[in-house]
Design a protein around this ligand. Structure first.
Ligand code: ATR
Length: 285
């Protein structure tokens, strides 16, 4: 049996996968992937591996040596993962970030970014939203926002307005993605003529218990409000939408987390897991 500082104990006969991040102890990915594997009777060993920024390459080499099939990547290593890949998907090329890695038969490091497809699936399949022709607002202009803009346009949204604390970052995303569809910026204290159908919080403000500033004119009581951040109670952003405009269609990012994991699971194992039962189990924890 193989031993290593990265994976101290190898389960005999199990397929090995891992999630890397810094920190990584909070990651729900082991719970989600093990639940998916159970659906198929797949013997899976899925481990958390804490990796300091800059050390992903050597950790990946060690995981590969142990026969690892797939690696998830979380904050703050997604850009590092994209840079290491020798075969990067269109989503990785568009965003410069990867959350799913694996090796081809000839040992090339392959990378995909399933965050965007995870969001779109959670919105459309789980929440029942039609995105086609709808107007959206996205709060934030970091990696999380960049990752979801291409798949949202691909799903048929009519236009996206970006609101970010530092306007220059929002302008940079417009420059990068304007060929995909109607994309514009708005200042956090600006005004819009009519409310949007869907507002998405893609800032990291929730991590520190904050809500980003945004124009209240974006909201009507019918606006769907989605927070990519998730929590065991209503997130500060969703609570603010309900308080300021009486919005009732509120959803956090736990479904996106499960859907991005399902897309990674399919890439690695060629199996499509049922997600709603795993999402319910995760929420019940
Ligand atoms: P990620 O990869 O999660 O997107 P990031 O690239 O660091 O992380 O981007 C974080 C985003 O959250 C940015 O849009 C940031 O705004 P700035 O570009 O102005 O820094 C936004 N953000 C973080 N904390 C915020 C807060 N308290 N209020 C508003 N926006 C916030």
């Amino acid at each position: 049996m193989s031993h290593s500082p990265v994976i101290p104990f190898r389960v005999p006969g199990a397929v090995l996968c891992a999630v890397t991040g810094f920190p990584v102890s909070h990651s729900r990915s082991p719970f989600i992937h093990r639940a998916f594997a159970e659906q198929f009777g797949l013997p899976l060993q899925y481990e958390r591996v804490e990796v300091r920024p800059g050390l992903l390459s050597s950790t990946l080499a060690e995981l590969r040596e142990l026969g690892c099939r797939g690696v998830n990547v979380t904050v703050p290593l997604k850009e590092e993962a994209a840079a290491l890949a020798t075969q990067a998907s269109v989503a990785v090329q568009a965003t410069g970030a990867a959350n799913t890695l694996w090796w081809s038969a000839d040992d090339a490091l392959c990378a995909d970014n399933t965050d965007g497809v995870g969001l779109v699936r959670d919105l459309t399949r789980n929440w029942g939203m039609s995105l086609n022709g709808h107007r959206l607002a996205i709060l934030g202009a970091g990696g999380a926002a960049a990752g979801v803009i291409p798949p949202l346009f691909a799903a048929g949204v009519a236009g996206i307005v970006l609101i970010n604390r530092s306007e220059a970052r929002a302008e940079a995303l417009v420059e990068r993605f304007q060929s995909l569809g109607a994309l514009s910026t708005l200042q956090p204290t600006g005004r819009v003529a009519s409310p949007v159908d869907l507002i998405i919080n893609a800032t990291s403000a929730g991590l520190s218990g904050n809500t980003p500033t945004f124009p209240s004119t974006l909201l009507s009581p019918a606006t769907h409000c989605y927070d990519m951040f998730y929590a065991s109670t209503l997130t500060p952003f969703l609570a603010a939408c309900r308080a300021s405009a009486g919005c009732t269609e509120l959803r956090d990012g736990m479904g996106m987390l499960v859907e991005q994991a399902a897309a990674a699971f399919t890439l690695w194992h060629g199996l499509e897991p049922a997600t709603s039962v795993v999402l319910s189990a995760l929420r019940a924890r």
